[in-house]
Write a new protein. Structure first.
Lengths: 875, 407
């Protein structure tokens, strides 16, 4: 950058002044208070801004009240610019024009245009004045490096900008002391989340605690349930015992009535006694019986009158007795015959009622009559049949005739007379033959009669000539009529004869058709009548035999006389048997007496046995025995009953009940057990309720996803935090990296500057000092003789010359990067004359590379500098 | 004989490395460890196995999860009703610290004690099997437990159950052992737990880690499950069966455009999703291979998760159809990209060595070290290189902009 002109509107003591500047060295001569420092300050103020009103001495506001500010025209990169700054906020109001292009530029572009130069760099390096040179003692490498870095390497403005952007971005992410940056906020969130998770994690021990509780409770419940079971059992037992109390009472009652045990009264003993008594009784009975028998037999020894009578008449009776069987048979026959007789009479009576005529049975036909009747009936039948046939023929012929001669009167058959004659002859023969004595003759006669009739009726008539059909027919009819009349006559004859026969035999009432049956019945009746006669005869004979027998018995034994036959027979038989028994009686009696004697002995023994039996049991009689026996029986029964009751009670219950004083105690136990049961049940119920509550709590803990959610949130937040931290670190590191790289590049120029400074310092000190060494902390110089001197060992002037040399060297070396005029404001006051001249020459020399503005009160400068380069500050 | 060997159920443990996911997916994720474990127990019931071996880390004690405990009790009860014994040896995450568990678990569950114990089971087919193992009684078991394991018993089979890792020689906290020691016991099977990636340490007799039943962060990729082991001719043959409710995958996608933008990345990712359907729901963390660094603004969007959230919103249907949810994205640049043409490269290199020192990192990290979650991450050995890589990516993006700016 090259400054061309300074135009001051009002600044310090200047107002409306213009200073033109040369491209190389411009010297402004002015005495003290001519405004040398004001001009330096003006350049800094217009380019970099007015100092704030806090430092009024540095502002140089015009004393005469003229307009504060001014303008500078300068050339940068071949372009001419004009910058104007007047009073305003933030360092003054700036206008910037590109004069070359005639464009007005935004005020902010001024700093870009000037970069990397800024007020600080300008004040520290380019604006050289006496007090600042005096500060050389503080100069160190670090400071210099800072200046260098500030000026920068190629493109360092870009990189510096990037670095500052990165720092900004990093600060937006995280500030160690901040609250708002992303990571700071997240760290807070993280702590909160952690705390939340800690709280959620409290569920974990709680969960185990609940599980433990549940486990314990479950075990307790199991124990309780077992207890409950036992209690329930006890209640049941108590209840049962209570129910058994009445039984127990019965059992106890049975116990108190205990009877001493006596032997010999078993049922077996009773059976033995019974047996013995029975034996005695039986013996007694048999004795009695035998004695009675004996008495009976003794009585039977005195015979009845009948038997005595019987014995007297035994001889007479012998034949009678022998006839008993026959008589019995006869008696039997009588009976049989009587019934037969009645039967026959009845049957005959029946027939009589059926067929009898006026109390008279019809007579049976003789064989001849029978034959005659049969024959007559057959003949009658034949004659009737024949007549019907003739009548039929006659009807047919009449019809025929009517058909032939419907109008003609029926004529008499001339032939009929002749035929009737023949027929009558045959009939006469026939009937006449019937009166012949022999059957054969009758038959022969009949045949002859028939033959005669036939001849007359048919042979003769057929021989009759029949010339015409009608005549024939008429003849035929007449013939037939004759035959019919003949047949009717025969029939009547036969009927009459049959009636005659019926009259004679009393069969008038019987129709002809039943004659045959009637004949059978008549024959039967006759047979029955004959049989009746025979039976009656037999009956009379048998009756006679019985009567005879009875008469005989009555004669011999009048006692039996009026008895009936059966009784008589029985008595007789009895008597007979009695007679036989009488023979054996004597031996029987003695045997009986013997038996009675034996019976007595037996009875005695039996009685004794009973007595012995009773005595051994110490009872007077069997009644006493039975009394005792029943007592024993009863006792046994009681014992049995008691055993039954004991069984019913059960061994354990019985034992338990024995220990119980009374029912009330039992009731009390029962109530107590029941109460206990209820208590345990209540305990279990409450346990179950608690278990359910626990299960609910456990479920709730299990189901809650809070923990997992928080953990995942934390993990995610960690991920985010790490990512942000990483980006933050990367930004910071990149920024650091940029600065370090810039520093590295800058410190590379340091040797150049040191070399240049050494050269300038040599020139200024007329080669008294030849070399400058710049270390991390110190700056020292080598004298011509090779001695090293630190800054503090140098004289004030020499030290100022060292700083002057370094600053000029920096400006020259950095001209590649920064082109900024060096403004020297009376900076050489401590230089001696010789060195001041050296300095002027050096400035003139370097002004070929960079613009130099020298403000001085030293007029001696004219010796070293061309006149046209020098301007007077005050007009 | 038939049994199931499972380990590392890690019930109710949160999934790591997730943020801003849809609620439905979060629910699925939260239940996934349970779902996976249920599949193990379902299989045990379906196969009517003789017993189930659980080789540790069933749950994370530090999580103090009621849900995990309630779940285990319930599932053990299911097996109890089917008369299937369960043998449990707790590991470093679920170490035996109190006596709650053994009391509360049903009768079919045998929890190994802190000393090596041998359980003998009589199987339905009349065979006998001895199972030796132990439970951790604290977070670490630093000694080799193998000496305490008995020789092969007189039973038909002898199985070992061990939660631990092969000895490395130093810093072994998890029952360090060697395969040779296991082989020397002449057991028929070693059921191992602790390592989440299933693997065989020996083929015959089988010595293997069942792996975890459900992957829980992006590094636990692929199907997870357990082993169904059956006896075949005097040998035990383990067969893997998957149980994961969700599978993590890290597919690599190359974005070939010269100046990749977020829109292009979205498009390519969407295309990839429509072309690749998953059988089991997947949580996808794709690694994008970029030809050039993203712009700083894009990088910022990518890094702060805005882009991912947008992608998840706009491609929900696509992801649903594919059964894949993109839960994070990582990207890779070609090597040696952090160049600054105008500022000398050596300045960057030398200054990097000054900046990326543990001391400087620690200074920067400052009092954040008091946050345990962050401190743990910071202490991770991969963190420092990641930070350096991140800064390099950022500067590369800025350098690109400087180029644009300069030209």
């Amino acid at each position: 950058m090259r400054l061309n002109r300074l135009t001051i509107y009002g600044f310090g003591q200047f107002h409306d002044r213009t200073f033109d500047l040369r491209p190389g060295l411009t010297v402004f001569l002015g005495a003290n208070e001519a405004g040398k420092s004001t001009l330096t300050q003006f350049i800094s103020a217009i380019l970099f801004g007015f100092p704030t009103k806090k430092h009024p001495t540095l502002r140089y506001e015009p004393l005469d009240g003229s307009r504060f500010g001014g303008e500078i025209s300068f050339t940068q990169d071949g372009q001419d610019y004009l910058v104007t700054r007047v009073d305003g906020p933030h360092g003054g109001k700036v206008t910037l024009h590109n004069v070359t292009s005639g464009l007005k530029l935004p005020a902010t572009s001024l700093s870009h245009l000037l970069a990397p130069m800024d007020a600080t760099l300008f004040q520290q390096v380019y604006a050289i004045n006496e007090p600042r040179l005096a500060a050389v003692f503080a100069t160190s490498k670090r400071e210099l490096v800072d200046h260098l870095r500030h000026v920068g390497a190629v493109g360092s403005d870009f990189w510096l900008a990037q670095a500052s952007q990165l720092d900004e971005a990093a600060n937006a992410r995280y500030k160690p002391q901040g609250r708002n940056p992303e990571l700071n906020r997240w760290l807070l969130d993280y702590r909160e989340l952690r705390a939340k998770l800690e709280r959620a994690n409290a569920a974990y021990p709680k969960y185990w605690e609940l599980l433990d509780q549940r486990q314990q409770l479950t075990q307790e419940q199991a124990t309780l349930r077992a207890t409950l079971q036992a209690a329930r059992q006890r209640v049941t037992t108590s209840e049962q015992r209570l129910a058994k109390w009445p039984i127990y009472q019965q059992w106890r009652a049975l116990t108190t009535a205990d009877v001493p045990v006596t032997t010999g009264f078993d049922p077996q003993d009773a059976a033995t006694l019974e047996h013995l008594v029975n034996q005695k009784k039986v013996t007694q009975e048999s004795l009695n019986h035998d004695q009675q028998e004996l008495t009976t037999q003794r009585q039977a020894a005195q015979l009845t009158p009948l038997f005595q009578h019987y014995l007297e008449t035994t001889d007479q009776l012998a034949s009678t007795l022998a006839g008993i069987p026959d008589t019995l048979v006869a008696a039997h026959t009588v009976e049989q015959a009587r019934s037969q007789q009645a039967d026959l009479e009845e049957r005959a009576g029946n027939l009589e009622r059926q067929y009898a005529h006026q109390g008279q049975m019809p007579q049976a036909f003789s064989l001849a009559t029978l034959q005659e009747v049969t024959q007559l009936r057959e003949e009658l039948t034949t004659a009737n049949q024949k007549r019907r046939r003739l009548q039929q023929n006659l009807n047919d012929l009449n019809e025929q005739f009517r058909q032939q001669q419907p109008s003609r009167q029926q004529r008499r058959n001339p032939l009929a007379d002749k035929q009737i004659g023949w027929l009558a002859a045959g009939l006469i023969v026939l009937i006449g033959s019937l009166f012949l004595p022999s059957a054969f003759l009758k038959l022969g006669g009949a045949l002859v009669g028939v033959a005669v009739g036939y001849y007359g009726a048919f042979i003769v008539s057929s021989g009759t000539p029949a010339s015409q059909q009608t005549d024939e027919l008429e003849a035929e009819i007449r013939d037939l009529q004759a035959q019919l009349r003949e047949g009717t006559g025969a029939t009547t004859e036969l009927t009459n004869r049959l009636d005659a026969i019926g009259e004679s035999h009393g069969m008038a009432d019987v129709p002809l058709a039943e004659w045959a049956t009637a004949q059978g019945a008549i024959a039967e009746w006759e047979r029955l009548t004959r049989q009746l006669e025979v039976v009656t005869t037999d009956l009379q004979a048998a009756q006679q035999a019985v009567t005879d027998f009875q008469k005989k018995v009555g004669a011999i034994l009048p006692e039996l006389g009026d008895r009936d036959l059966q009784d008589q027979v029985n008595q007789l038989m009895d008597l007979q048997r009695q007679q036989q028994r009488l023979a054996t009686r004597d031996s029987d009696l003695s045997a009986l007496s013997e038996r009675v004697k034996r019976d007595h002995t037996s009875l005695e023994q039996a009685t004794k046995a009973v007595m012995t039996f009773l005595q051994t049991r110490n009872v007077p009689d069997s009644q006493a025995f039975y009394q005792q026996y029943h007592a024993v029986q009863e006792r046994d029964q009681r014992q049995q009953r008691r055993a039954d009751l004991a069984h019913q009670l059960g061994e354990s219950d019985l034992a338990a009940l024995k220990g119980v004083a009374n029912e009330a105690a039992l009731q009390a136990t029962f109530a107590q057990d029941k109460q206990q049961l209820t208590a345990i049940q209540a305990q279990i119920d409450s346990g179950n309720k608690r278990l359910a509550t626990l299960a609910g709590q456990i479920d709730q803990l299990t189901a809650s996803g809070t923990q997992a959610m928080l953990r995942q949130k934390l993990a995610d937040l960690e991920t985010r935090m790490i990512a942000t931290t990483q980006r933050w670190l990367v930004d910071r590191l990149a920024s650091q990296w940029i600065e370090a790289a810039l520093a590295a590049a800058s410190s590379d120029r340091l040797p150049q500057i040191v070399a240049k400074a050494s050269e300038f310092y040599g020139k200024l000190t007329e080669n008294r000092y030849t070399e400058i060494e710049l270390t991390e902390t110190t700056l020292r110089v080598r004298r011509q003789d090779g001695e090293w001197r630190t800054v503090s060992q140098l004289s004030r002037g020499t030290a100022e010359q060292l700083d002057f040399a370094v600053k000029l060297a920096f400006a020259i070396v950095m001209t590649q990067q920064v082109q900024m005029p060096v403004v020297i404001d009376d900076g050489l006051v401590n230089f001696d004359v010789q060195r001041r001249h050296q300095a002027y020459r050096l400035l003139n020399e370097i002004s070929r590379d960079t613009q130099v503005i020298l403000l001085t009160a030293d007029t001696a400068i004219a010796a070293d500098i061309d006149e046209q380069q020098i301007s007077q500050l005050v007009d | 004989m038939k049994f199931i060997h499972a380990a590392d159920l890690h019930l109710d443990s949160p999934f790591l490395g997730l943020q801003d996911l849809p609620t439905s997916l979060l629910t699925q994720i939260r239940e996934s460890t349970f779902t996976a474990a249920t599949r193990v127990f379902d299989r045990a019931l379906a196969e009517q196995v003789d017993f189930v071996l659980l080789a540790g880390d069933l749950f994370d004690r530090a999580e103090q999860s009621v849900a995990a405990q309630a779940y285990l009790i319930e599932q053990f009860d299911r097996l109890n009703q089917a008369k299937i014994p369960v043998v449990v040896g707790f590991g470093n995450h679920d170490y035996l610290a109190d006596q709650h568990l053994s009391i509360t678990y049903p009768d079919n569950v045998t929890v190994m004690g802190p000393q090596v114990t041998t359980v003998t089971l009589n199987l339905r087919d009349g065979q006998t099997v001895a199972i030796s193992g132990f439970s951790y009684d604290q977070r670490w078991v630093t000694h080799d437990p193998l000496a305490a394991f008995p020789e092969h018993a007189e039973t038909d089979w002898h199985l070992g159950m061990l939660h631990g890792a092969v000895a490395t020689g130093s810093g072994d906290h998890y029952a360090p052992f060697t395969v040779a020691e296991l082989l020397a016991k002449r057991y028929d099977y070693w059921a191992l737990g602790h390592i989440h990636q299933r693997q065989f340490l020996n083929e015959n007799p089988p010595i293997l880690y069942a792996g975890n039943t459900q992957g829980r962060d992006r590094t636990e990729t692929g199907e997870r499950g357990a082993y169904l082991v059956t006896s075949q001719d005097h040998r035990l043959v383990p067969v893997f069966f998957p149980t994961s409710a969700l599978v993590w995958t890290n597919p690599a996608l190359t974005i070939e455009t010269p100046n990749p933008t977020l829109a292009e990345i979205s498009d390519q990712l969407a295309t990839w999703l429509t072309q690749n359907f998953a059988a089991t729901p997947e949580l996808v963390v794709p690694t994008l291979a970029l030809s050039k660094s993203l712009s700083a603004a894009d990088q910022a969007q990518m890094a702060n998760g805005d882009w991912l959230a947008l992608f998840q919103r706009t491609h929900r249907r696509t992801m649903q159809t594919a059964q894949r949810v993109v839960v994070a994205v990582r990207w890779k640049l070609p090597v040696a990209t952090a160049e600054t043409p105008q500022l000398d490269t050596r300045y960057w290199a030398t200054s990097a060595d000054q900046i990326f020192t543990p001391g400087n990192l620690q200074d920067l990290f400052g009092k954040l070290v008091q946050e345990p979650a962050l401190a743990e991450w910071f202490a991770d050995p991969t963190t420092a290189p990641e930070l350096r890589e991140g800064a390099a990516k950022l500067l590369a993006a800025l350098a690109g902009e400087e180029d644009d700016h300069a030209s």
